[in-house]
Write a protein that binds this ligand. Structure first.
Ligand SMILES: [Fe+2]
Ligand SMILES: [Fe+2]
Length: 218
């Protein structure tokens, strides 16, 4: 079964939608299908740029689409719950045991609280997920009710993700409106994730570079 069919699957889409709904009530930013598709396609693009085989690229897209399904079980440990749920779902398909284990393992390792990159697939998933920082991940609500996560995402007026194969560099360039959130708040929330990206880039033999308002941060 291919990514193109998987992203249309009713059951998976329901897991994502219900998980995202729950996270909305809990005050989290957007984790809808839009985020999952962006992560799937960015993870695939990363491995394509680094010239990985087509099959690995396909697995990255599948893992990317399913990476947050565990939110419909519980936000805490959603990576591990999601991995098990994904494996159970994949057993109904023609995805091989070997591929299932790779996908399951990458999903289980994507959250900064318990995971880190250990192979190309998990590295691409982490890089794609942690660099999805954008203003429209903030849910539609009163500005006065924004928490720090909302403000930090809302403050990002521009977000550019780039890969340079000759320089062996993966970069995230952000424009941050410092009237909305201070650099301190930004780092308080994102430093752990950006360090996770650095380790992931390492696995791909590249450097992770973060710039904010034109200044090099990492
Ligand atoms: Fe996640
Ligand atoms: Fe995610």
């Amino acid at each position: 079964m291919k990514y193109k069919e998987i992203k249309k699957d009713r059951e998976l889409r329901e897991y994502i939608a219900r998980g995202n709904e729950k996270l909305g009530v809990m005050g989290y930013t957007d984790h809808s299908e839009k985020h999952c598709i962006l992560v799937a396609e960015r993870a695939g693009m990363i491995l394509k740029k680094f010239e990985y085989p087509e099959h690995t690229i396909e697995l990255a897209k599948i893992a990317g689409f399913m990476h947050d399904i565990g939110n419909c079980v519980n936000r805490s440990h959603h990576a591990e719950y999601g991995a098990l749920l994904a494996n159970e779902w994949m057993k109904k398909t023609d995805i091989s045991l070997e591929d299932r284990i790779q996908i399951m393992s990458a999903i289980a390792s994507h959250d900064e609280s318990t995971g880190s990159a250990f192979d190309a697939l998990s590295a691409a998933l982490i890089l794609a997920d942690k660099t999805d920082v954008r203003r429209n991940r903030v849910r539609d609500k009163e500005r006065a009710t924004y928490d720090m996560h909302d403000r930090v995402n809302f403050a990002v007026t521009e977000s550019h993700f780039k890969i340079s194969l000759p320089k062996k560099q993966i970069s995230l360039n952000l424009q941050i409106d410092e009237n909305i959130c201070t650099m301190y708040e930004y780092f308080d929330i994102f430093l752990g994730r950006m360090q996770m990206c650095r380790k992931a880039a390492d696995i791909l033999g590249a450097r992770f570079r973060l710039t904010a308002n034109g200044s090099k941060i990492l």
